[in-house]
Design a protein around this ligand. Structure first.
Ligand SMILES: [Zn+2]
Length: 193
């Protein structure tokens, strides 16, 4: 095989290995209509039962990615055991990239993964802020933190991950964001700084 052919094989394999584990996320958050129950993107999301349910759903979708990651991983290992195919090598690298990007937490205290259970519990506890920030607490998750709609008190200093709403910047950009960021927020939690 020519050098060009080998490079093309590696690149295709890499893309393949990176996209397959993200298929559930792409499909559920970008092509299915998950709009019901939540305010449209990019509006703040009220901290309430629908938000917690959506977080659990997104968490399950992320878990499905792990199941799908097994296919390109095992396939590439099986191919490479018999012959060093560039495509298999690229695919292997792509899956390993996916695994590392999921396993290495941005902040060890906030848990592993894009939607750690710890975060779901934290947000669930905010439905009735204790102590209340004002006489009618209305926490809502804005892009960078959870704040009360009325008194604007910061209740949780965590950026909002992708909740699967159709993004206001369109499906295509949303697609690339999922591939690059896995639904993580572009913003860092200020607790970490
Ligand atoms: Zn308040």
């Amino acid at each position: 095989m020519s050098i060009e052919g080998q490079i093309a094989g590696i690149v295709f394999g890499l893309i393949f290995g990176m996209i397959i584990p993200r298929l559930p996320l792409l499909f559920f958050t970008r092509f299915l209509n998950l709009e019901r129950g939540l305010s449209p993107h990019p509006d703040p999301i009220p901290v309430d039962v629908p938000l917690v349910q959506r977080m659990l759903l997104i968490r399950r979708i992320h878990m499905m990615g792990w199941v799908l990651a097994a296919f390109p991983l095992l396939l590439s290992i099986a191919i490479m055991r018999t012959s060093p195919e560039p495509f298999a090598l690229g695919m292997f690298a792509g899956v390993i990239w996916f695994i590392l990007s999921r396993l290495i937490p941005v902040n060890i205290q906030s848990g592993v993964g894009i939607m750690p259970m710890k975060l779901v519990r934290q947000v669930n506890n905010l439905r009735q802020p204790d102590p209340p920030c004002c006489n009618r607490p209305r926490p809502q998750w804005e892009v960078r933190k959870v704040r009360c709609r009325y008194c604007r008190t910061v209740i949780l200093n965590k950026p909002r991950p992708d909740m699967g709403r159709i993004r206001s910047d369109g499906r295509l950009l949303g697609l690339f964001r999922i591939l690059l960021m896995d639904g993580r927020s572009l913003y860092r939690s200020e607790e970490e700084e």
